[in-house]
Design a protein around this ligand. Structure first.
Ligand SMILES: *Cc1c(COP(=O)(O)O)cnc(C)c1O
Length: 410
């Protein structure tokens, strides 16, 4: 985000003409359709998701490109995102837990649905009945699945191998036992060997290369099955990372996981919050709890209906910036549960009015930069905010207006 307050931009998408504060009471005239006037709104651009799917598909050289839709598609809403991706040709969906997997099963009946948390929320017999593919997290789950398969016939599973991240998957000793005793896999139709990198933002890190070598060495000695290591950043790295199945989340939603590598992705999410009040305050006024900010001179403050309860990071207190009325304005004072103040003095008299929307992130206010200012991961910011705000979906034409607003404030 650029520093300081910018002026001189023309109308923003939501801005009224420059009436003085208080002369226009018709709030509804100021907001775009679907934007809430008293809570944050997240606008999801379906055409950007489409664009990003094609961008990833052009890069990925392996046979099977799948989408990760955990946490309700990173907060964007699986009910809209999954059918869209299925329509674009996505046949594999990867999700964290069973409840979500069952929903996705219905949204995309022809697809494979992988449950990353393994059997914990279900069991092998139910996975079979529900046509879900569990990603088995340890040797114990392999044994449970194999027992069920010996009773009831071949069972489709994926098996996670822990090549270095030490979260889930069979560790080196368990992998050795599988290699030495293939009978441990009896009855299992292994549709994927899976591993996950420790340094996703930097695929070519030495530690990642070691993980890949370990994974390839193991899977060379295990029964043959498609191998999956690639997440978003790997797809944009050397094709030696691609292997047979990709599990891509962030890139589809426009989140750049590899800052060192331009990916040609389009931001798919805009977070905005309405102005509730605009007030002129004299020098020496305390803004927010415990006087965390004190004005040096007379200022105009706008209060936005968004706070940490809506997922806005606390760390943006006195350091974040938002786009409003064609400019960038600073956050002053703290971030409360549902409110935050911005100093709009530099925008000029009457530019900001209640009912207008400030953009917290979106095209032109990069999510990645806001996240860096708040010292959180971009996905953490995205998921926290997008899962709570009112959701609104737009496609191509409608978003032109928003894109223009963003460009003006760059
Ligand atoms: C979240 C997740 C992914 C997706 O990673 P992105 O960087 O968002 O593409 C892939 N695999 C696993 C196991 C995950 O947990």
């Amino acid at each position: 985000m650029s520093g300081g307050v910018m002026r001189g931009a023309t109308m923003s998408g939501n801005a009224p003409h420059a009436d003085p504060v208080g002369t226009d009471w018709s709030n509804t005239a100021l907001a775009s359709p679907g934007l809430s006037l008293d809570r944050p709104t997240v606008t999801i651009d379906l055409s950007a998701i489409r664009h990003n799917w094609h961008a990833v598909a052009r890069r990925y050289t392996g046979p099977r490109l799948g989408a990760v839709v955990k946490n309700d598609a990173y907060g964007l809403g699986a009910d809209r995102v999954v059918p869209l991706l299925a329509q674009l040709g996505c046949q594999d969906f990867w999700v964290d837990h069973v409840d979500a997997a069952l929903t996705i099963r219905q949204l995309a009946p022809a697809s494979r649905v992988f449950v990353l948390n393994g059997l914990a929320g279900s069991n092998a017999a139910r996975c079979r009945a529900d046509a879900l593919v569990p990603v088995l997290v340890d040797e114990r789950e392999v044994a449970q699945a194999s027992d069920e398969a010996r009773r009831s016939g071949p069972l489709k599973v994926a098996i996670h191998l822990d090549s270095g991240l030490s979260r889930v998957g069979l560790d080196a000793a368990a992998v050795s036992r599988l290699i030495d005793q293939p009978a441990l896999l009896r009855g299992l139709d292994v549709v994927a060997w899976v591993t996950h990198l420790g340094r996703f933002a930097d695929p070519d890190a030495t530690e990642n290369i070691e993980q890949r070598e370990r994974f390839l060495a193991w899977t060379d000695r295990l029964p043959p099955a498609p191998r999956s290591i690639a997440t978003s950043s790997c797809v944009f790295a050397d094709r030696s990372w691609h292997l047979d199945i990709a599990r891509v989340g962030s890139a589809l939603y426009g989140v750049d996981t590899t800052p060192s590598m331009p990916q040609g992705l389009r931001p798919a999410v805009t977070l905005s919050a309405p102005v509730l009040r605009v007030a002129k305050v004299p020098a020496g006024t305390e803004i927010g709890y415990a006087g965390s900010f004190r004005t040096q001179h007379a200022c105009t403050m706008a209060t936005l209906a968004i706070g940490y309860g809506d997922g806005l990071p606390f760390a943006l207190a006195n350091c974040g910036q938002v786009a409003l009325a064609g400019g960038m304005v600073p956050v002053v004072g703290g971030v409360s549960m549902g409110l935050v103040s911005v100093d709009v003095t530099a925008l000029g008299e009457g530019r900001v009015q209640p009912g207008m929307h400030a953009t917290l992130f979106g095209p032109g206010v990069r999510l990645e930069q806001v996240a860096a200012a708040a010292r959180v991961a971009p996905n953490a910011l995205l998921v926290a905010c997008a899962s709570q705000a009112r959701r609104r979906y737009v496609d191509d034409a409608l978003t032109q207006d928003m894109a223009m607003t963003a460009r003006e404030s760059e």
